[in-house]
Structures are given as C-alpha cells and as structure tokens.
Design a protein around this ligand. Sequence first.
Ligand SMILES: Cc1cc2nc3c(=O)[nH]c(=O)nc-3n(C[C@H](O)[C@H](O)[C@H](O)COP(=O)(O)OP(=O)(O)OC[C@H]3O[C@@H](n4cnc5c(N)ncnc54)[C@H](O)[C@@H]3O)c2cc1C
Length: 229
Amino acid sequence: MEYRTEFVERIDRTPTAVSYRFKKPEDFTFTAGQYMLVDLGNKLTRPLSLSNCPGESEFIEFTKRMTGSQYCDRLESLKKGETISVKGPFGKFCFFGLSRTSVMISGGIGITPIRSILTSLDKKNENIGTVILIYGNMNRKDIAFRDELENIKLPDYHLVHVLSDTTGMENAYQGFINADIISKEVPKSSTAHYMVSGPPDMVEAIKKALTKLDIAEGRIVTDKFLGYN
Ligand SMILES: Cc1cc2nc3c(=O)[nH]c(=O)nc-3n(C[C@H](O)[C@H](O)[C@H](O)COP(=O)(O)OP(=O)(O)OC[C@H]3O[C@@H](n4cnc5c(N)ncnc54)[C@H](O)[C@@H]3O)c2cc1C
C-alpha cells in the first residue's frame, strides 16, 4: 500500500542519528520490527525501519543515520506540513516469542526495529520470559534511545552495552560484539532465539559468532541494513 503523509517533527537522537515523524495515515498499521519504503521524490527512496511503537496513534517515525548523502540532505530540507510518500509496511523481523529467552543484538542504527519491538513489548506488559539486548556502538554519545532502553520495565530484561570507546561508561564491554561477550551474557543452557540487526558486515560477523557458539541457523533472524558497510 502507498500512503501520502505529512512531516511533523524532527528529533536529534545522537550527533549522527535523527528521527523524523510523520502523521500516521488513517489506515496505516504495522507490526514492530517492520520497515517502509520512504520516497522523497526525484528517485530518492530508501527502506527505513519504523522506529516507534505501533500503539502510538498520532505518528509514524523512522530514524536515519546521517551520512551526508543526497537522501539525508533532502530529509533535512523537509518543512513541517510537507507531504511525502511511504509504501509498506514490509518485512518479518518481528518478535514471535518463540522461546523463553530472546536475545536481541544490534549494531548502531540497527537499533531502530528493536527499539520499536521493545517499547511495544514494554507497553503490552506481557510475561515474555528473559530478554537480553546486546547493543554495540562507537562511544557513549552514539547510543541512540539510551534512556528509554535502560528504562524498559520488562520483568527479566538485561541491557548490555558494547562500545569501541568506553570513556565515561561503566559496565560496558570494550570492543565489538563477539562470541565471547555473547557466551558470557546469555545463559549457557538456554535455547534462546536471536534477532540480529545492523549493517551487513556486522550482521555477518554476529552470525559467524553464533555459529561458533553452536547456535542453529533456525534460531537466528536477521535484518541487514543494506547501504551501509
Ligand atoms: C530493511 C532495511 C531497513 C533499514 N532501516 C534503516 C533505518 O532504520 N535507519 C537507517 O539509517 N538506515 C536503514 N536502512 C539503510 C537505508 O535504507 C540506506 O540504505 C542507508 O541509510 C544508506 O543510505 P544513505 O542515503 O545514507 O547513503 P548513500 O550514500 O545514498 O548510500 C550508500 C551506498 O549504498 C547504496 N545503497 C543505498 N541504499 C541501498 C539499499 N537499500 N540497498 C542497496 N544499496 C543501497 C547507494 O547506492 C550507495 O552506493 C535500512 C535498510 C534496509 C534494507
């Protein structure tokens, strides 16, 4: 389905990530974790995950890593009230509660679908077992949605930060997310399901790490943000 929607708000999330909000078209519905094709005209179209919670009735939101591309320039030029076109929603990177332990692993801007999923689960307040989010970023300032993610009230929820530069962050691992960190943070006996999202190279590296830990492929779903290295 294609919808016209009106730009309402821009929110800085980190020095390099910005959320853009648009009026929710009347008959637009989505499941947390899905994406849409956002068409800004002049052949400027990108797949972008919905970063807000489906329960929010007033607006839809995506969050873009700012790269200096023509697409980002066009986003930054949007005026309140201006309309754009979105198609969707698409994708199956959604939470199905397939086991008692769910591990979400996200690199940088890959947090967008997971933020949508976690805020939506948090609002529903269901008992969904153990949820572990392992979230990798360059440094503390790059952690998009940090406050919200640290304040998720699910009964058995654990957030693990992994930073290349840990300056100013206690209790964060230093480096990239790897098999060692995953095995320390995920209970050994668990038959967890894994959701991995981020740039393609990061997703591939995590899949390799999970294979090293003998996690069957059927327990892993991925969302690759094509267009990033
Ligand atoms: C399912 C999905 C969900 C995504 N969700 C998000 C999100 O929530 N936030 C976010 O910031 N990004 C997301 N992305 C990535 C986004 O669609 C852009 O590809 C990315 O932001 C780069 O675009 P750019 O305009 O910044 O850079 P550009 O400089 O325009 O692109 C960098 C290079 O990648 C190529 N490229 C751009 N987009 C794609 C593409 N989709 N497929 C293949 N090649 C491409 C360009 O031709 C160029 O060579 C998602 C991608 C996918 C597939």
